[in-house]
Design a protein around this ligand. Structure first.
Ligand code: IPD
Ligand code: CA
Ligand code: CA
Ligand code: CA
Length: 266
C-alpha cells in the first residue's frame, strides 16, 4: 500500500524547493565547475538537496538516500528497504545560462523496485508524479499521453552530443524517426516521452539520480524503462537507458542492435 502521507509531504517539499529555485534567479549565485566548464554545480543544487535530505532524515530516519551532490554522507551500498533518489536540479547548465528548462527529480524505491517518481518542471510550474499501480498525473490531473505506434511517426529525445557522434548507435534511432529534440535536461526529455510528444528517450549513460524518477514514472504509466539490451536498470550504478511505450521501446531496442547505413537526418 502506497504511503499517501509521505506523498503529501513530498508535494509540499517539491513546491517549497521549486519556489526557492525561482527566487534564486533574483540574485547572483555561487557557481563552481565540476569536471569541466559545462559541468556546473551551484549553491542552489547543494541547498535544494540539503533541504530534501533534512526533511527525509527528520520524518524517515531509517530510509536510505542517494543524491547527486552527496549531501547524505551515508553511502548506499544495497537497495534494501526504502531508498530515496534525488536530483536537486536536473539541467544545471540551463539553470545557470537560461534561468529556465531545468527540473527537480525525486524517486522512491522499495527493495530496488520503483514505487513513485516526481519531476517538477520548475519554471513552467508543472509537477508530474507517478505512483506505481495508480497512474501518472500532471498538476494532479491524470496524464493521457498522445499515442505513438512507431518511431517513424514521431520525434525522439536525447543528448545532442550523443546523436552528433553516433554514440551508442544512436543515429539508428534518429534516422528512423522524424527528428530529434534535445532540451539539455533529462527531466524535460523524459517528460516529453511520458506526454507522447516524443517516442523514445535514449541515453548511453545516466546516473541513478538522472533516471530513477523517469523509471518510476514509466512504470506507473505502463511504459518501459530498461538498458538497450533489455536489462533492468540498477540504482547503484550508471546505466545506458531507453524509455518509451512498450511498442516503440521494443522497436528502439531492435534498431539499436542493428548497425545500418545512416540515411538523411532531419
Ligand atoms: C544532466 C542533464 C543532461 C544529461 C546529463 C545529466 P545535471 O544532469 O540531465 O541533460 O545529458 O547526462 O548529467 O548534471 O544537470 O543534473
Ligand atoms: Ca541530472
Ligand atoms: Ca543535478
Ligand atoms: Ca550535475
Amino acid at each position: 500500500m502506497f504511503d499517501y502521507q509521505m506523498h503529501s509531504r513530498i508535494l509540499v517539499w517539491m513546491e517549497t524547493a521549486a519556489e526557492e529555485l525561482r527566487r534564486s534567479h533574483q540574485r547572483d549565485l555561487k557557481i563552481e565547475e565540476k569536471k569541466n566548464a559545462a559541468d556546473l554545480v551551484t549553491e542552489m543544487d547543494k541547498a535544494t538537496e540539503t533541504f530534501f535530505v533534512q526533511k527525509i532524515r527528520e520524518h524517515y530516519p531509517e530510509h536510505q538516500i542517494i543524491g547527486e551532490e552527496g549531501i547524505n554522507d551515508d553511502p548506499v551500498t544495497d537497495v534494501s528497504g526504502t531508498v530515496w533518489v534525488i536530483d536537486p536540479i536536473d539541467g544545471t547548465l540551463n539553470f545557470v545560462k537560461q534561468k529556465k528548462n531545468f527540473g527537480i527529480m525525486l524517486a522512491i524505491f522499495e527493495d530496488g523496485l520503483p514505487k513513485a517518481g516526481y519531476i517538477y518542471d520548475v519554471m513552467n510550474h508543472d509537477l508530474y508524479y507517478g505512483i506505481v499501480g495508480v497512474g501518472v498525473f500532471r498538476n494532479h490531473q491524470i496524464l493521457e499521453p498522445f499515442k505513438i505506434q512507431a518511431i517513424s511517426e514521431a520525434l525522439i529525445v536525447g543528448n545532442i552530443g550523443m546523436f552528433a557522434t553516433n554514440r551508442g548507435n544512436s543515429l539508428a534511432l534518429l534516422t528512423q524517426s522524424l527528428g530529434a529534440r534535445a532540451y539539455g535536461a533529462a527531466a524535460l526529455e523524459i517528460i516529453s516521452v511520458l506526454k507522447g510528444e516524443a517516442a523514445v528517450y535514449y541515453s548511453c549513460g545516466l546516473q541513478p539520480w538522472d533516471f530513477a524518477a523517469g523509471w518510476a514514472l514509466c512504470e506507473a504509466l505502463g511504459f518501459k524503462a530498461t538498458t538497450p539490451d533489455n536489462q533492468t536498470l540498477n540504482l547503484l550504478k550508471r546505466c545506458p537507458v531507453v524509455f518509451g511505450n512498450p511498442l516503440v521501446h521494443a522497436e528502439a531496442l531492435q534498431l539499436l542492435k542493428e548497425t545500418k547505413e545512416i540515411g538523411e537526418i532531419n
